[in-house]
Structure formats: structure tokens, C-alpha cells
Design a protein around this ligand. Structure first.
Ligand SMILES: C[S@@+](CC[C@H](N)C(=O)[O-])C[C@H]1O[C@@H](n2cnc3c(N)ncnc32)[C@H](O)[C@@H]1O
Length: 272
């Protein structure tokens, strides 16, 4: 099939998925642009509903592999102007743009074990921060990311882009409130020897290198503006601070998450 009009219903549908969170939620779909990300989604078993491409623009081996692997009816050819219209980078559209089904939102996707390491983000509002945390979690082998309370859309184009394909490798789930999180924590405690739920706070707690991150751990990170809420802090076992010596009041939440996760991984590697 070749689509040559930007008013084709499929193209209008994909563009609306890019623009409207509500539409994404209604349809349980979102849009991903880029060969690497689309290939990762395919490799990780996500359901690709359509992959759009312009024949003469497909050059890389990887893009060709994706198109080869997929059922032919899912691969839809566009004229160059239509691909440009769909792209978020009209100056330089990617070879592949995919519509992908979002998975069921379920905490059970985050693996529980005696050496689990997962992140809880309270009300993340910035898509770049959320995407960066997911990318870091993937790079460091973290088991999952839990989003607590009202959050920026995980499947919005800015978040998806910031994950650089890691969205497909790391389980991400959402809990609406602290009670829901506390229920999950109770279930984990019933399964593992010991769980430490560590609130990260910008001041007034023990330094991260003095904390023990070697057992099952949840690293809790606060909202960009307000930090960790009192209610969430009360559900944590302890708190930890990244020592700061300059005049900055706090670190960016994604940077703080990365530093704490690095310390946790360093301790785990030292344990052998
Ligand atoms: C931008 S900070 C929030 C600042 C907020 N005004 C406060 O006082 O908590 C966002 C989150 O990043 C983490 N964070 C920032 N700086 C940190 C530090 N020095 N040590 C540990 N966590 C930090 C905390 O989880 C914090 O809630």
C-alpha cells in the first residue's frame, strides 16, 4: 500500500496520537520515530501496529531488517511529503515511524527478587527527565521504574524520544497514589528477605555512600519542584543525600537518580 495524501485516515490517526494524550490513552497506542527505537521495540516483543517508511529514504541495514521481519501488511509506504508531515523532524525525517500498542499498565511487570533494584518517581512532570531516568535505568540494568501519582505522559513524543529506545527494555508501571505503592511494597516484602525503600532528599540525610544498596532496594525520587512528599517519605525506610558542596539547592531529579543508581550498582559490583 502506498499512501500519498496527508489526509489519509491512517496518517490523521498517527498525527493525533502524536498530539493528544487522551487519544493515545483511548487507543492504547503511541508513535515512535527512529530506526533504533523501532528495532528495539520489535526485538523486545512490543506490538507494532504499523511501520511507515518512504522507500527511497530507507538506506540503513537495520531499517531494512525491521521491514523484512515484520508482516508485510504492517509496513506501509508513504510518499516523501507524507513521511515529512508525520515526522517530528520535518527537516530530516527518520527512515521509520511506527505506531505501537502500549502494554498493560501493571506493577507485576517489575520483577521482584532478593537483589531487585527499582526506581519510584513521584509525580514526574518533565518528559526529558522521565526519559532520561528510563534510559539510565536501562543502561545500569535496573529492573523497573514506577511512576507515582499524576505524571507526564510516558507515551508522549518528548518522553519517548528522551528514552532513546530504552522505553522498550525497562518495565515501567504506574500507581495512582501512595496507598497503591504501599500495597506493592507489602507484597514485595512478603517475597524477599529484606527490602529497603530509600527516599532521596536534597539535604539532611546520610550520604549515599554510607547507605547499603546491596539488597532488594527501591530508590524513591521526588517531584522536580516539591521533592518527596511527606506521605511518601513516611512510606520509606530511610533517606539518603548526595553530598553537595556548591551553592546549588538541589540536583536535577534525573541527574540525582543517575548518581544514586550508579552508587547502588557500584556497591553491588564490589560485593561480587
Ligand atoms: C529538583 S529536586 C527537588 C527539589 C525540592 N525543592 C526539594 O527541596 O526537595 C528533585 C528530586 O531530586 C532528588 N535530589 C535532588 N538533589 C538531591 C541530592 N543532593 N541528594 C539526593 N537526592 C537529590 C530528590 O529525590 C528530589 O526530590
Amino acid at each position: 500500500m502506498l499512501i500519498s495524501s496527508a489526509t489519509n485516515p491512517r496518517i490523521k490517526h498517527a498525527r493525533k496520537l502524536l498530539r493528544q494524550r487522551k487519544f493515545r490513552e483511548q487507543h492504547g497506542e503511541f508513535v515512535v520515530e527512529g530506526v533504533q527505537a523501532v528495532a528495539e521495540a520489535l526485538a523486545q516483543g512490543w506490538r507494532l501496529r504499523q511501520v511507515y517508511y518512504h522507500d527511497e529514504s530507507v538506506r540503513s541495514e537495520k531499517a531494512l531488517q525491521v521491514l523484512d521481519e515484520l508482516d508485510a501488511h504492517l509496513c506501509i509506504e508513504l510518499t516523501r511529503p507524507v513521511l515529512t508531515r508525520l515526522s517530528e523532524r520535518p527537516d530530516n525525517p527518520s527512515e521509520l515511524i511506527a505506531v505501537i500498542a502500549s502494554p498493560r499498565d501493571d506493577l507485576a511487570r517489575v520483577p521482584v527478587s532478593n537483589d531487585m533494584l527499582a526506581v519510584v518517581l513521584e509525580e514526574p512532570r518533565d518528559p526529558g527527565n522521565l526519559g532520561t531516568v528510563i534510559r539510565t535505568a536501562d543502561a545500569l540494568g535496573v529492573g523497573g521504574v514506577v511512576l507515582l501519582g499524576p505524571t507526564v505522559d510516558l507515551y508522549g513524543p518528548k518522553t519517548v524520544r528522551a528514552t532513546m529506545g530504552s522505553l522498550f527494555a525497562v518495565p515501567v508501571a504506574h500507581v495512582p497514589d501512595v496507598d497503591g505503592l504501599a500495597g506493592w511494597i507489602t507484597r514485595i516484602r512478603a517475597e524477599v528477605e529484606e527490602l529497603r525503600v530509600v527516599a532521596t532528599v536534597a539535604r539532611d540525610a546520610g550520604a549515599i555512600h554510607e547507605q547499603d544498596f546491596r539488597g532488594a532496594t527501591l530508590v524513591v525520587v521526588g517531584n522536580e519542584r516539591r521533592g518527596v512528599s511527606d506521605e511518601l517519605r513516611a512510606a520509606c525506610d530511610t533517606a539518603a543525600t548526595i553530598p553537595m558542596s556548591g551553592s546549588a539547592e538541589s540536583l536535577n531529579s534525573a541527574v540525582a537518580t543517575s548518581i544514586v543508581l550508579y552508587e547502588a550498582c557500584r556497591q553491588r559490583a564490589a560485593r561480587g
